[in-house]
Write a protein that binds this ligand. Structure first.
Ligand code: FES
Length: 164
């Protein structure tokens, strides 16, 4: 199993501005800035939106649009572990939607959410290049193939039990 995802930093306007200003001169600076902010803080804090908009001379709505369009950006700090479930075609044909339903009903968590105890965040991803072993997922960046309900249950109970 993978390492824990690093703890998110709390919002620091000075640090965020430093990152934004360093990259704002790039052509198509929006995505590099958002990625750098997420790498530094673990998510895109709402308070970063006006800073990015101002630096790039665009509206807050455009900045929000980019953040919501790309699935990679988190709106809140992640849990200590991140499970990314592939929802693309091959994994769909092999039952990933059933796994997402199972998460909802048996574990009360779904993509886009973090468990109440802060242990796990579930996210969607769209093709991991692991189609041959669909349905596929990543746990803290490490691939898992041929995922099924039993393996999912075991994984969640291991993560919750470890409380690392
Ligand atoms: S479609 Fe899921 S890994 Fe390719």
């Amino acid at each position: 199993m993978g390492q824990e995802v690093g703890a998110s930093l709390s919002f620091d306007e000075g640090r965020a501005l430093e990152i934004i200003e360093k990259l704002a001169h790039l052509e198509g600076a929006m995505l590099p800035i958002l990625h750098a902010l997420q790498e530094a803080f673990g998510y895109i804090d709402e308070r970063m939106v006006p800073l990015v908009a101002q630096a790039l001379n665009i509206s807050r709505a455009e900045t929000h649009g980019a953040i919501s369009f790309y699935h990679d950006f988190r709106h809140a700090p992640a849990g200590r572990h991140v499970l990314r479930i592939c929802r693309a075609e091959s994994c769909q044909s092999m039952g990933c939607e059933g796994l997402v339903d199972h998460l909802r009903h048996a574990h009360h968590i779904e993509p886009g959410q973090t468990s109440a105890n802060g242990v796990i965040t579930i996210e969607n991803v769209y093709c991991l290049g692991q189609c041959a072993v669909s349905p596929a997922a990543l746990i803290d960046g490490e691939p898992i193939g041929r995922l099924n309900e039993a393996r999912l249950d075991a994984l969640l109970s291991q993560l919750n039990g470890a409380r690392s």
